[in-house]
Write a protein that binds this ligand. Structure first.
Ligand code: ASP
Length: 442
């Protein structure tokens, strides 16, 4: 009899649970040092792999994505509207994320001495970070802008904290590709297309390892956080629980409030019909955690059930799947502040503005595949001087949150496609849709 393989979500769940149990056992039975020496390093390897893939992933996926946008010139009006809507919804998502996380402040659920301890453990170079922070203050208001421009590509690529510089280069490269005659860039375009395939395969390999990585990370984290006091582990769970709920609250607001309200305000589609129309796409987003994998169903539903014209859907949706990630933006802004506070950093207004800028860029740069948002979070953390090791705090919760933020990502794309179509007079929602609904495959 053929054995049924467990899916990745269940395997990560099992890894997490075993990690918690082993971590707890280590605290109560006093074998913490064994865990630190023999289990935790596997978690560190997992984090290093995530960091390793970040630079090539951004470089290649951005160049590939931007250079495919040659249609913008042809459809410049629709293109302009689409980009405008995408940017506006992303900024709103970040604002909601920052608003929620500053009010709830899940990081504060860890007692102050634990935060200091975590900081000391994860940041042996705390002084360096502080120096960097004061550097920024002394550099004047435009220092952020100056820092985004690299003076050496390889210099930028060797430093994970300088990912904005890599993004800058990728943007310029992509735009220059669009401006160069098609024939001349063909081989380079193909090169980036196939490199992208390979990189996504690499992400897949890392994801295969993730259940074990999560297991090792969570065990090590519990031992580290608890120290000699088991109550410390409970504090961590409480903080994580509040963090998870804060993310879910932000995502729920977008799905049930923001998008359907926009739709009912600007089109004839009713609240409930909007959900009926895109529900299968949302379900698929939830189960695959990938906007790219969901794209065919999103397109089918948006065209057949919401009545968006083929022309608009086939331009707005593929672009949205790669650049418009409102769920990822909410998740990243909440996670960045949570980790910063948990590690004992004080975030000022300049840091929060930096989060707005970097989350916007990194959600654009994130590939539409499972876990991409988490990888890109290293950029945001790096930019505000927080140790990327902080990912260890939230990684175990990432998969369920990824499933939910992908629903928001996909719903956001569908909403913008519907609004653009409506503003162009290309939304044919009406009696016909009932008929078309019957023909829909999904
Ligand atoms: N999984 C998300 C998506 O495909 C990206 C992310 O990890 O945030 O939309």
């Amino acid at each position: 009899m053929k054995k049924k393989k467990l899916n990745l979500v269940s395997r990560i769940g099992i890894g997490m649970l075993t990690g918690v149990l082993l971590g707890m056992a280590a605290i109560y039975m006093d074998f913490g040092p064994f865990i630190s020496d023999w289990v935790k390093p596997f978690g560190t390897i997992f984090i290093k792999m995530l960091k390793l893939i970040a630079v090539p992933l951004i470089l290649i996926s951005l160049i590939d994505g931007i250079s495919n946008l040659t249609d913008i010139a042809k459809l410049s009006r629709i293109g302009g509207k689409t980009i405008g809507f995408y940017l506006a919804t992303t900024l709103l998502a970040i604002t909601i994320g920052l608003f929620l996380v500053n009010i709830v402040n899940p990081g504060a659920y860890l007692p102050p001495d634990k935060r200091e301890e975590l900081r000391a453990k994860f940041a042996p170079d705390a002084q360096l970070t502080r120096d960097k922070a004061s550097d920024v203050k002394e550099g004047g208001p435009l220092k952020i802008m100056v820092d985004i421009v690299p003076d050496n590509l390889f210099g930028a690529m060797t430093n994970n904290a300088q990912m904005l510089q890599v993004i800058f280069f990728s943007f310029m490269f992509g735009i220059a590709m669009i401006m160069t005659p098609k024939e001349k860039v063909k081989p380079v375009k193909r090169f980036f297309r196939s490199s992208m395939e390979i990189i996504l395969r690499m992400v897949g390999i890392i994801m295969k390892y993730s259940p074990f990585g999560v297991f090792a990370l969570i065990t090590g984290l519990i031992v580290d956080v608890a120290g000699d006091d088991p109550a410390g582990a409970l504090d961590l769970f409480k903080a994580l629980g509040v963090y998870g709920l804060t993310v879910v609250a932000g995502l729920a607001f977008m799905i049930f409030g923001f998008y359907p309200v926009l739709i009912t305000m600007f089109t004839k589609i009713k609240y409930i019909d909007f959900f009926k129309g895109i529900f299968p796409a949302q379900l698929l987003a939830f189960s695959t955690s990938s906007s790219a994998a969901t794209l065919p169903v999103t397109m089918e539903r948006v065209e057949k059930n919401l009545g968006v014209s083929k022309e608009v859907a086939s331009f707005v949706l593929p672009m949205g799947a790669t650049v418009n990630m409102d769920g990822t933006s909410i998740h990243q802004s909440i996670s960045a502040v949570f980790i910063a506070v948990a590690f004992g950093h004080d975030l000022g207004l300049a840091d929060q503005l930096m989060i707005v800028l970097t989350v916007t860029l990194s959600s654009i740069g994130a590939a539409a595949v499972p876990g991409a948002g988490l990888i890109m979070l290293t950029i945001v953390l790096g930019a505000i001087g927080v140790e990327p090791e902080g990912l260890a705090l939230i990684i175990a919760l990432d998969r369920p949150l990824d499933m939910m933020r992908t629903i928001v990502n996909v719903t956001g794309d569908a909403t913008v496609a519907t609004l653009v179509a409506s503003s162009e007079g290309e939304l044919n929602y009406g009696i016909d849709n009932k008929l078309l609904e019957k023909e829909s495959k999904f």
